[in-house]
Structure formats: C-alpha cells, structure tokens
Design a protein around this ligand. Sequence first.
Ligand code: ACM
Length: 606
Amino acid sequence: MLKRIVFVLIAWMAVSNAYAQNGVYSIIPKPASLQPGKGVFILDQQTHLVAKSDAAKRNADLFNDFLWNRYKLKLTVTPDTSGNAIIIEEQGNEQEAYTLNVSTDKISIKGGNSGGFYAFQTVLQLIETQNGGLIIPAVSIADKPAFGYRGVMIDVARHFFSLDEMKKIVDAMAYFKFNRLHWHLTEDQGWRLEIKKYPKLTQLSAWRDSTIIGQYGDFKPFVYDGEKHGGYYTQDEARELVKYAADRKITIVPEIELPGHSTAVLAAYPEFGCKDTTYHVPGYWGVHYSIFCPKEETFKFLEDVLTEVMDIFPSEFIHIGGDEVPKEHWKESAFAQKLISKQKLKDEHGLQSYFITRIEKFLNQHGRRLVGWDEILEGGLAPNATVMSWRGEAGGIAAARMGHDVIMSPNSHLYLDHYQAKDGKTEPVAIGGFLPLERVYSYHPKPDSLTAEQQKHVLGVQGNLWTEYIPTNNKLEYMLFPRILALSEVAWTERADQNYDDFSTKRLPLRLQELEQMNVFYRIPEAKIRFGTASSGRKTVEIIPFVNNSTIYYTVDGHKADQAATLYSGPIQLPYSAKPLTLNYIIVTPGGRISNMFSVSLADSK
Ligand code: ACM
C-alpha cells in the first residue's frame, strides 16, 4: 500500500508537469474538445471496470484484451463503483459521440455503444508508463466525428493477404476511429471469396500462374516471377472478419467488381463474356479488355453471387466497382449491340448504365445500397447510387449536385499506393505518383464549390490501397502507416481544429513509437527541418523527427549518412562554404529500425 501511495505521489508530480503544463495529450485523431485536468489516474490491478449493459461489457472486454496484450494487466469487471473505477454508461445505441472524464480516482465514459468503444481507444492512447506503473492524465473530453463514413480500402485481389493480417489492420483502423473497411475482393488477377454456387471461382479464378516483376514498364516484354500466386477467404473466414470488425465498430463493405476487372471470373466461366474465346487469369496489371457480357446468364450469375455476398456481409453498402470498363468487347458483340437497340440505349455507356441500374435494383430489393466508382456516372447514374469519387473530386461534385450521396477518395490525395517520397528511386517500388503525409493531411472532403445543402451528401472519405506492387504484410503496413493516421484526422476532426504541425510534431511521435511496439511496420517519415541563426551569426539547422525517442545520424559534406555518421544532439551549426551543402540524415527508432537516408539542400547555408 505504501509503495502504491509513493508511486501515486511520484506519478502525480511527474505528470502534472508533463501533461497539464505542456498540454501534451497525443490523441490521434484529435478530439473535438479537450480540457486538461490536474493529477493522474493510476491504472493497476486495483482498478475495476463497471459496465452496466452487455454492449458496454463487450467494449470493456476489448479494452481488457488490449491491456493484457500490451501491458499484461487484466482488470476485474464488477458492478462496484467505489475506489479506482472506470465506469461506462452507454445509451444502448450506435452513436459515435462520447464524453470521457478522467479524475484521480474515476474514469467516466458516456456515449452510445460506438462512442463507448471510441472512448476506450482514447483512454488507451492516453496511457503512459511511469516508474514502472501505468498512469492516465486527468482530462475532460467531449468528442464526435466530423464524418460518418471513415474508410480504408484494401485490395486483396492483386495480392492476397491472410485473415490474421486483415485483423491486424482492423485493430489499427479501430484504434484511429475508422469505421469502414472497403474490402476489394475481386479483380482481373484474382477472385478472393468462396461462392458456394460457383466453385470454380475459388478453384480457378483465385489463382494466377505468375506475376510480373518490377514496375509496369520496367521490362518490355514483361519478365515474370514464375510463382503461382493466389488464395481466397472461405465464407466462414469472411464471417469471422465481419464479426471481428463489427466488435470494433468497423463495417466491412465488400466489393464485387462489375462489369470490368473481371478476367479472373471469365477464366473459369467464359460463358459470361461476350467473346467466344478462352481467358486466363493475368499476371500483369492495368485495364483489361475482358468484361462481363450483359446476358441474362450473366445477371443470374451476378445475382447469385451477390445473394451469397449479402448473406455474409450485413453492410448497407455493397460496392460493385464499375470503374475502368473498356467497351471494345461490347462494340464487337452482336448480342450487346442488339440489346442497345432493344433497350433504346444511346451507346455502350448507356449499356453500362443499364447494367449497373439492373444490379442496383436487385440490391435495393434486398434492402441494400449500391456504391460504385465514379465511372458509374457515365451513361447516366442509377437512381439511388452512391458515388465513390476517385478520379479527383469531379465525379463526387457532379453526383452531389444531382442529390446523390458521395464518398471522397480522390487519387490526388488519398491513393495510398502512391510513393511517399518525391524521388521514387529512394522508395520501394510503387505504382507512381507522390503522396506525402502532409498532402493526405491537407485534404478537405467538402468541396467549396458545393452549396451547404450539397455538401451534406458528402458522407465521408476513404483512402485506397491498391496492391499491384504490395506482395508482403510489411509493405502493406509501410504504405498504410503513418498516412492513415493523417487520414483519420481528415475524417474525424473538424477542419477548424486541424493543424499539421501540431499533428506531426506534437502527437504523431508518441503514436509512431507505439505502432512499433505493436509490430506495425510503418514508414519512418522525414523529419521536420527548421533553419535558424545562432548568436555567432552562423546558420543552424534543426532536425525534428516524428518518432519519439529516435536518434539521428547526419553528414553535411554530401557523403552518405549511416550509423557511423555524426550523432545529432541539437541544432547543427553549419560550416561556411562557398559550395552549397547538403544535409544527409537517417533516423533510427527506439526499436532499432533505420529510415531511408533523407537529403535536404542547404543552398542558403552560406
Ligand atoms: C480505381 O482506382 N480504378 C478505382
């Protein structure tokens, strides 16, 4: 007991300085309102959890799981509110808003069932180890999300990822308060979901013989790796992920691509194509010509597939793709041309609209909503469709003006398959583009060109991770993190409360150190570089890394920086030089990971 009192005292003194005075509450995404308190709550074996409903108990159990995995601490769940207690009062609905009050002996959580879950995520982000114990600084938080749809898309078709890896991503998404995982399950290069009525989808369509190496265009003709690649989720596994995600307040939005990106299906069932030919599951990327033929047999197939999909996935939204549909096969098909005249359609775009509208009607009859990529606008938007705007914002703007709901995922700001450095040669191979952390953070999902009424149709945002060039779990995580932390703030935090400097230098460093402890293979970001002038008149350069407790090694003579270079210990006084200098540096994390070497021109250092 005495030991505990001493610890409480030490912790209180240390933390009342560290937190209350500096105001460092490193929560991502930043809460809507936060009032620092005085003192700390001690989290230990004597703390108990008070959960008054089954839903609240489920949240408490997940909190306990996290505490156990991370700190080997397990709290008892009791109705007793005396002493050191975390008390959850939930309203029994799915509201995402919550309030959280931490005082020296009580933590009070109020909100809907989702809000209660998010309050726990916030509490977890507030835990600090101090003198061998765990403390939570006193605070009052009232929080709610800016957007109702906060998504990440993972393409598991270009490369297959295990259920365990998907769960790891779900855990991390939940930690940053995302609520939609868009699961891109079908592609030209592979089909990933067991469909009981069509076993060849998993026997044949789920596998390709070989995959090209390097970036598309590195080798012409293509060079293949000669390795069979593929895999799929059984329906039981998909249900397991649905439940796992739902417990963490994430809805899985499944995507079944149509009418394009369908070569893998046609390889098994060529009768659903327009051409009398054989198809193969391709091992190279890009837009493929093999698309579904709008025959009755095809619609029957798609409805059968979607029936099984709806049975697995309770999501209101079902994504049907709709992007990148080359019309050549329809132009050459007597059947497709006859259908265009019979239905009095204008052209092949009209036929695409007919195709999507039929599928929408089927989904609507089953109480679901269709969402598709912005190409579904071409030839006329299906009456109730929601548009996911990826080719910039234009599609989303057009749809919102027509009164349709929209999810913004523009390739200009939210394509997580793009490079994280300007010079792609310093990074692992990616599809192209340049999307640094700060650019993700700068995204504003409600275009100013929309009226306030039209802006209400913007349900939210989504980052997309296409996996043509992502064959491993580490690389998947490298591309997601830390960029989805920036995205979480775009999605959750009101624009007026966003501030990149605060995010990256004040709150991100602790979160990245923590991600490392969770074995998430995040990309170590470039540091913030600040120039100054010393009292001697010499120029100085300060390196501010975004990973807590990391070390920096640098050179200014243009040579390579590695762990044999100079250890950074504070602003560098630059030498006078007639020739412009270059700062090279690496960041070594507390866990021992080493960043890429970053270079900064010091042209003004003379
Ligand atoms: C897409 O990136 N083709 C939606």
